[in-house]
Design a protein around this ligand. Sequence first.
Ligand code: THU
Length: 127
Amino acid sequence: MSDLTPADAELLAAADEVAARAYAPYSGFQVGAAVRARDGRVFAGCNVENAAYPLTSCAERTALSRAVAEAGLGPGDIEAIAITASPCGGCRQWLTEFRLERVLYRRADGSVALSTPAALLPDTFRV
Ligand code: THU
């Protein structure tokens, strides 16, 4: 996609790198995600599966949780995320929660989409 900046491409490369470390023995589907904070720091995460399938942690949630746990970041502090696959519905809610501006993800056909949380999940639930 032509709108990708060099920083976007770097973030997607970080997502690809961490995807190789995913723990996905059940689905065999390795996913990586990398978030870029406003100050430039990058936090990456992969999916971590469990024999009790619903307990699996998606890559996006792992990456966002790392940004929270390691740097105390919260909504508004994270500018962008790159994901090696299309985000699931639950992760779209997480992207909304953290108010990301740029959401890059690789579609099943290999093309890269540039989107926003609002476009991915309209009329979002909020408290
Ligand atoms: N997965 C993610 O990590 N992120 C998504 O947004 C979609 C799904 C993972 C969860 C599970 O380990 C595997 O992909 C197959 O669903």
